[in-house]
Ligand binder design. Structure first.
Ligand code: AHR
Length: 330
């Protein structure tokens, strides 16, 4: 009897696990179609994907913080596709969750689905990335980094690094996902700062989709068509790390023959900085989970929250990376 019951429990558990593992799938501990049914807050969270070390750390932060805060999380991985995020949000609306949070893969095209959430009286929190909707009543708040400022910080380091040089500085840029807020803003902030001095020339700029593989592929193409690259500006560590492989493959020394600036400061990036293969990293913190859960509790309780919550961040030189690495959380 005991064995039969254990077997039934095991089958049940396996079915639940499988239901949560499908592509673009949603994981949940509660019955579909319910918002949880008790006082516990249920949050539907649509994540961009798992494209980078940053994203993996962000997912972990959200999942762990939900547990700590006693919030039931319905988590959906969109695999970098906007249509999957729209489907996930519609499914959260049908399930009558208490709050929806999502990190929009691109900035545009959200108005219709956000209006559906508003009509269903489900508050929405943007995390990490912004949308370009003119109607800001479609979401309660936006929690995340100032990506324009991150681009400016990258540009300021470069200006300082070459302050005594009068020669042209040839820069190649690996952009993040086309149409995403961090790609648009990091490009704009960087261009704003280096644009003040004509010696800085962006000779090639292309998307590497925030992935290591694409960063390597695009950097290989850059190296083939541009023999005199002085600087690489990569919108995240992963693309920078892929590019390092391409640079080494071309017989050049990353960090010396080609100076490298990246954004994020995940462990692998910080290690490359400590090793002298990257020259400077602008931090972008993925640890948004605790703040997100606090905001969720407040909006569900009908409390006022600030419309914008900016993440605190710093920058790293080689020496600072060496010091920070032993205690780096992600
Ligand atoms: O939106 C944040 C960006 O997305 C991170 O910088 C990048 O690594 C991630 O994929």
């Amino acid at each position: 009897m005991f064995k039969r019951m254990s077997a039934l429990l095991l089958v049940g558990a396996t079915v639940m696990t499988m239901a949560g593992c499908g592509s673009g799938g949603t994981t949940s501990a509660s019955q579909p179609g319910s918002g949880g049914g008790d006082d516990k807050i249920t949050m539907g969270f649509s994540q961009v994907g798992a494209e980078s070390g940053w994203r993996t750390a962000n997912t972990k932060s959200v999942q762990e913080s939900a547990k700590t805060a006693g919030i039931e999380l319905k988590f959906s991985d969109a695999q970098q596709k906007q249509e999957n995020q729209i489907k996930a949000i519609r499914s959260f609306i049908q399930q009558k969750v208490d709050v929806i949070a999502f990190s929009p893969v691109v900035e545009s095209g959200w108005d219709t689905v956000l209006k559906e959430a508003k009509n269903a009286k489900i508050p929405v929190i943007l995390t990490d990335r912004a949308v370009d909707s003119a109607d800001t009543s479609l979401y309660k708040t936006f929690l995340g980094s100032d990506f324009v400022e991150e681009g400016r910080k990258a540009g300021k380091w470069l200006v300082e690094e070459y302050k005594d040089s009068t020669e042209t500085v040839n820069i190649v840029e690996l952009q993040g996902t086309t149409g995403s807020a961090p790609a648009n803003d990091r490009k704009a902030g960087f261009a704003e700062v280096i644009g003040a001095d004509a010696k800085f020339k962006v000779i090639a700029s292309q998307t590497g989709d925030f992935t290591r593989a694409k960063g390597k592929e695009v950097m290989e193409a850059f190296l083939k068509s541009n023999p005199d690259i002085d600087v690489l500006y990569a919108h995240n560590d992963d693309m920078g790390l892929g590019a390092i492989e391409a640079i080494e493959g071309a017989g050049k020394v990353p960090g010396k023959d080609i100076k490298i600036i990246t954004v994020d400061a995940v462990k692998d990036g910080m290690q490359a900085l400590a090793d002298g293969k990257i020259n400077y990293i602008v931090e972008c913190s993925p640890l948004l989970g605790p703040q997100l859960m606090d905001l969720a509790k407040k909006v569900v309780a009908g409390e006022q929250v600030p419309t914008r919550v900016v993440t605190e961040e710093t920058t790293f030189t080689q020496e600072q990376a060496k010091q920070a690495l032993p205690t780096r959380q992600y």
